[in-house]
Design a protein around this ligand. Sequence first.
Ligand code: DX5
Ligand code: ZN
Length: 209
Amino acid sequence: MKIAASFLDIKEPKFREVTKLSNLDVDYLHLDVMDGIFVENKTYSYDEFREIVKYTTKPKDIHLMVSNVKKYIDEFSKFNPEFITFHLEAVDEVNGVIRYIHEKGIKAGISIKPSTDIIEIINYLDCVDLVLVMSVEPGRGGQSFIPDSVKKIEQLYNIRSQQNYQFLIEVDGGINDETIKKCDKADICVVGSYITKQDYSEAIKKLRD
Ligand code: DX5
Ligand code: ZN
């Protein structure tokens, strides 16, 4: 299981803490991008994110919680990330957005909110590189894991093996040393406040156990 660290809940100074986090045993740095429209909260501007990512050498996993998806893809593709993930609920023309990310040479992820069913993304599973299952309502860190998310992960896992698809399964929200065990069929777990609320390296060790 790979770990993508989210620094959404880190207090200032971000740069020092992101450096610290990036030097630890995590596989990706997860960037939560919120526009104040698709979700209520707003995170940094592109320029601020650009400063922050100077402090990491980890592959970047970008989670767009935004409405104007293409504008943000144009900006954040400049970071040369491993993945750019957008929300199904935010776009009309899903195939076009997947193609748009692929044309930039970046792996494309699709994310669904807790209330969205797997059936809604079934037609895109052959062409996406990652499916991000939100295990909390997108918009803020520190919420409790929604147990039903486990079923979605298992559904995706089964579809993938039956159809021989290639996408990775990622889960995001409320992951700690207990809930991570329930998500053992996911490939990547996004972890925010569980790491940043305690000694970072101790937390990562506990997640790895
Ligand atoms: C929530 C974000 C998550 C969040 C995870 O909308 O997408 O990435 O930072 O934080 P925790 O691990 O605290 O739920
Ligand atoms: Zn996220």
